[in-house]
Design a protein around this ligand. Sequence first.
Ligand SMILES: [Zn+2]
Length: 138
Amino acid sequence: MSGREALVLPLVDDPVTAPFWTGARERRVALQRCLRCAYVRWPPARVCPECLAEETRWETVQGRGTIWSFAVYVRALHPAFADDVPYTVAAVELDAGPLMIGRLDEAPSWEPAIGDRVEPAFEDVTPDVTLVRFRVIA
Ligand SMILES: [Zn+2]
């Protein structure tokens, strides 16, 4: 196998993370909000990292944010990414609160910088798996 088929895909039917993946398929960024302390978290988790409560509610957020850090990959660390290098992965501080990791879709004239504003972009990898990426806000 080569290319995108060789990707290690997320388990989109895991009961803890499924609402996030369903949201991505529907072009939404869905995050968990703790019903005890209101902390908004990503990645999805069974319990709140702030207060350990299990009660949670899924909310759709706009998904915009600011680049907090990024790395340009010039070597593929997995064979599935061999055709993609160089590519950029960013840590984006979402306006909704949490830091989310995702690939940056780079316009030809854009060199990412810390502080750049981005919005979510969605990549359908399979009929069941859509990944959340980011692109600069023009
Ligand atoms: Zn909490």
